[in-house]
Design a protein around this ligand. Sequence first.
Ligand SMILES: Cc1cc2nc3c(=O)[nH]c(=O)nc-3n(C[C@H](O)[C@H](O)[C@H](O)COP(=O)(O)OP(=O)(O)OC[C@H]3O[C@@H](n4cnc5c(N)ncnc54)[C@H](O)[C@@H]3O)c2cc1C
Length: 501
Amino acid sequence: MKIMEQLKNWDQETDVVVVGYGLAGGVAAITVHDAGASVLLLEKMPNPGGISILSGGGVGIAHDAEGAFRYLKRTCKGTTPDDVLWPLAKGMTEILGWVGEMAKVSGTEPDKSETRGSGTYPFPGTDSMDSIKLKDFPAYSTFPWAQGLRGGARLFKIIFDNIELRKIPVMLATPITRLITNSDGHVTGVSALKDGQEIRIKARRGVVLACGGFENNSEMKLQYFELQPVYPVYLGNTGDGILMAQKIGADLWHMWHFHGGYGFKYPEFPFAIRHVWAGPRKNNRKMIWIALDRYAKRFMNEYPPAPQDTGARPLEYYDPDIQDYPRVPCTLIFDEEGRKIGPVAMVIVNDQRYHYQWSEDNTAEIKKGWIQRGETLEEIAEKIKAPKEALISTVKRWNHNCAQGSDRDFKRPSQTMMPIATPPYYAMESWPIVSNTQGGLVHDTTQRVLDPMGQPIPHLYAAGEISSIFGHLYLEAGNITEAFIGGRIAGQNVFREEPLN
Ligand SMILES: Cc1cc2nc3c(=O)[nH]c(=O)nc-3n(C[C@H](O)[C@H](O)[C@H](O)COP(=O)(O)OP(=O)(O)OC[C@H]3O[C@@H](n4cnc5c(N)ncnc54)[C@H](O)[C@@H]3O)c2cc1C
């Protein structure tokens, strides 16, 4: 009876509903439209862009599929089946052409000079891997609600322009709350909230979930991550799609894995602020600080191969003897030479309520007390309540390592090292950050969502980080390429579904 009622009471109808207007959702919607079906794009937040608009905008590409497959297999370490990795590997050899076509609409093109030349890690196939960004063009002013925009906003602008060009209907501020199924378990539509009212939208061919991960769902992070707390950079992704799909039987994979580093969190903002050090070591960029645990000891290479991708991992250590995480928060220590190098933080925000301009020389944040200042290391130790002798001896050893040109303790690359020797000194609290989660809905080679028995849930697809394949080690520029390739595959396959009456 309930089901019959549901089937009759539709407020709207379309062939395909795409949930979430980030890159994956935008790409899926364009693909469905270009195949010849009607599509409706629904976004929970008042503005589109999701995490995508905040990203660096590196798109992973590959020179050959065989090499890319070997590299992806090693990065996923058995957590994702081979047959699911193949379409991504193949897609990485083709995606650049498609991005180039989309980019024409906005008057830009891929920037061939901005390639990386190899994968992040020295795994088999690394020489087949590369990444690329779009040439800069006037993109950012289209998105006044966001701040700190870079390459990701250029990518989002080309997708945004293509959605507008095709007049694909978009409903903003419309969170999906439920997937509707019929008596055969087929997904027939969605329930959403519009202006506080429930609306039901029929999706004749199916639904594509592209509504991101669970970065801002504290309960899910508590259950799936060992490290606590882990702060998000974007507020809109609260695992809704994962939960809704679970309710109708979806299976999950590698929920523990996330892409993230260490950064800053202040009560003034509900999200975290990233530090500015990113990108490959080949830039030879100095990193101004060392990171200390609560005993004023170093515990990590502060500049791992991709600092924003795995930087959070060393903070995860839980000490049963103290029943706590001694590295959360950790403390970053630097000196006057370091302070003058430039802003230590990069404020990126997709939310018009919380814009903040970090000062170029960090002095405004010293005044606010976000950065502690001390004429001596003793004074710093007092201010941060750290053991004095340990702090002084840690800095002394670091300076000795710098003079030797080698970090004998944690193998930080020598080109990133600089001494901490010029007063005054500075200290900042630093917390784990999740840029995006990598765990989520299990999907097959055509992006159909699977149940725990490996059976597809009829007419339900997923794309982007909600169903990311990266189950062990994140590959720089991998999430966006996955959003593009997975979005296209989901769009092509949901289009092929026999429409329900
Ligand atoms: C600072 C930063 C830099 C990064 N740099 C890179 C990079 O250079 N290269 C790379 O590959 N990856 C990068 N990443 C990761 C990458 O940007 C994301 O994983 C990817 O863009 C996710 O795309 P998506 O479309 O799946 O999700 P999103 O872009 O997050 O889109 C999901 C959308 O769904 C909406 N939504 C959520 N719930 C609902 C609901 N119930 N109903 C309707 N809508 C809903 C959200 O509001 C959001 O707009 C970076 C991440 C960060 C934070």
